[in-house]
Write a protein that binds this ligand. Structure first.
Ligand code: SIN
Length: 293
């Protein structure tokens, strides 16, 4: 009999060959490098169809040697939808363009944004569908990789009784947790957003069930006693952080673009390069309310 961990033959269900570009997988379940697309130019119909299929199957797409100015970066984002504006932009902490999020860490930085497992901006009622990070400067020491976790696989690896129990729950996602708790920013008037989302959601395109809590934003499970909620969330956060087979690792080079599906992945920026610097910019795309299963 196959061991439990061998049962998820993920690569068997995913497309590996595309007419418009070459694809090289990072793991059998998530993450792929795409070679042969120039993101500074509009994509033709075939490239567009292939890219959408690769994005749906592989969730995290890495493009090397891209020469993008801000307008081209934003234009690539707009092919997926309206561009998102980060809540910290309102308090003047995230650059001058509401559609561009600077991602910069130097020796003087008090923190690195995203240095912990999270899904982007789940405090919003409508969190981003995806993000596109373009790094221009990498630390000369090496390092500065980003880890990703496949949250559909995280769901599949939970036992059926836990899947069923979580399927009926909602959770609160609070912007104050990272933006005040971790980053010590002043809140905007009215505070940072707080939203309730299903704990198990469904990917709107693939239909996959997805575990949708993250240690960055999720503060409690609705309807449970506080000790029950914190124990269950700890169990889930441990599952996400300590199950290497749901992870992939993106090693950046200058001029690398990584596009991730924020509806079914989490990520963790690794700050292992102090006192060196890492610089780039992120564009995120508005999504829809995370659907119930
Ligand atoms: C983030 O968008 O959370 C930052 C990711 C990174 O810097 O690798």
């Amino acid at each position: 009999m196959l061991a439990e961990t061998q049962k998820h033959a993920e690569s068997a269900r995913k497309q590996l060959q595309f007419a418009s570009f070459d694809l090289k997988t990072l793991t059998p379940h998530m993450g792929a490098e795409i070679h042969g697309l120039d993101l500074s130019k509009p994509l033709d119909e075939h490239q567009s169809r292939d890219l959408d299929a690769a994005f749906r199957d592989w969730m995290v797409l890495v493009f090397r040697d891209q020469e993008l100015n801000r307008e081209q970066h934003k234009a690539f984002g707009r092919r997926f939808g309206k561009l998102h504006s980060h809540p910290m932009h309102k308090v003047g902490l995230r650059g001058d363009d509401p559609e561009i999020l600077p991602v910069v860490t130097t020796a003087d930085s008090p923190y690195t944004a995203g240095d912990g497992w999270h899904t982007d901006v789940t405090c919003d009622a409508i969190p981003p569908l995806g993000s596109i990070l373009y790094l221009s400067e990498m630390p000369e020491s090496g390092g500065g990789d980003t880890l990703f976790a496949n949250m559909a696989l995280a769901y599949e690896l939970l036992s059926p009784p836990i899947q069923q129990f979580l399927g009926g729950l909602n959770a609160v996602h609070d912007g104050a947790k990272p933006y005040i708790g971790a980053y010590k920013s002043e809140p905007p008037e009215g505070g940072y957003p707080t939203s309730e989302h299903p704990v198990i959601t469904r990917h709107p395109e693939s239909g996959a069930r997805v575990l949708y809590v993250n240690s960055g934003f999720t503060t409690h499970l609705c309807g449970l006693a506080s000790h029950e909620s914190s124990s269950l969330l700890s169990m889930l956060f441990d599952h996400i952080a300590n199950t290497p087979r749901i992870h992939c690792r993106v090693r950046w080079e200058p001029k690398t673009v990584t596009l991730w599906d924020n509806r079914c992945t989490q990520h963790h920026a690794i700050w292992d390069y102090y006192p060196h610097s890492r610089r780039g910019e992120r564009v995120s795309v508005c999504g829809e309310e995370p659907p119930r299963i």
